[in-house]
Design a protein around this ligand. Sequence first.
Ligand code: PMP
Length: 418
Amino acid sequence: MAQLSPLLKQATPIVVDHGEGVYLYDVDGNRHLDFTAGIGVTSTGHCHPKVVEAAREQVGKLIHGQYTTVMHQPLLELTEKLGDVLPTGLDSLFFANSGSEAVEAALRLSRQATGRPNVIVFQGGFHGRTVAAASMTTSGTRFSAGISPLMAGVHVAPFPYAFHYGWDEQTATKFALRELDYLFATVCAPNETAAFFIEPVLGEGGYVPANTEFMAGLRERADAHGILLVMDEIQTGFGRTGKFWGHEHFDVHPDIVLIAKGLASGFPLSGIAASKELMAKALPGSQGGTYGGNAVSCAAAVATLGVIQDEGLVENAAERGRQLLEGARLIGDKTPGIGDVRGLGLLVGSEFTKPDGEADPATAAAAQKTAAATGLLLLTCGAYMNVVRMVPPLVVNAEQIEDALRIWADVVATVTGS
Ligand code: PMP
């Protein structure tokens, strides 16, 4: 009998039967409050009726209309609709299936368009598991261990992760920008740098928001040296942070935006957006793929965009996000074992630390497991896996946030003995 690879671990022992909105139901009929949303994917909730209807209808019409052979309606419609929400000037799209593929597409575009070999990524960033994307990932060595040689041409600069450094935000930001300039001066010349790749909020790296001053510093250096600013909005896009794009919080204009996850409510779909002029600088034939822009995924994405707009999900993420962050902070403030609680919109992380400030992954893992056993699904993240993250669907309501916070308060009290 075949079985799944022993390396594929689940955060919970749950076998799911079906999902509805913010809840997952297991095969024994138990209900679970899902504050993982399939790692920030099911933004419209599990099986939103409008997404289900759009996908069902599309399955009966056309499942796969391979997009380098023929064009299909859902892809054209999605492209047009994304035009209404993308940052000004980013009017040209390429679609793929996974976040990692979008990262690689942006890497190819950046190198080909600039003719430069290097990219700079920021400490704690997660960009994927394919070899190029893993080479650009610094949120944990587990993503690149044992697969070296990694892709060359990747350099790493600090992210303004104030709590990690034990500084205030301003000091951490000044340090990060100074180190970036030092990197330029010592190992990675600006005129050999194709792009910066950055997440507006570190996701896998521990739910750490960037800030306006830091982004302005990147934009300034990008403009001064002809470097492209690539915004990895794979986890932060489509309303997740309480604005449509995470980078909007920081008043910065990117050259390339990467999209996936929340885009299609769980159907595999990713993409990159750039200006037509920039896209045209890449080499012919460098964009394509068998499954990219799948017809059912695109139909689901069109429906997702409609639901986000019709149900005011960006505003809901902002309001419910404030409620969740405030509640989690109150719990964190009362708990010596939680060193920091932070986030943006419906991305909220609680970082577990020992009395001496060291990371405490054991208590974070115990909290995640205890929460799951009590009906609240959560995940851990961070370089040391000591951050418990909450990332509920954007349709979450005030009562469900209260339910989650009530469970979380009990869980934290139990595992920290406070
Ligand atoms: N970038 C970011 C910011 C992500 O959060 C992820 C997935 N967690 C990826 C890239 C990679 O996406 P995928 O797993 O679909 O390849």
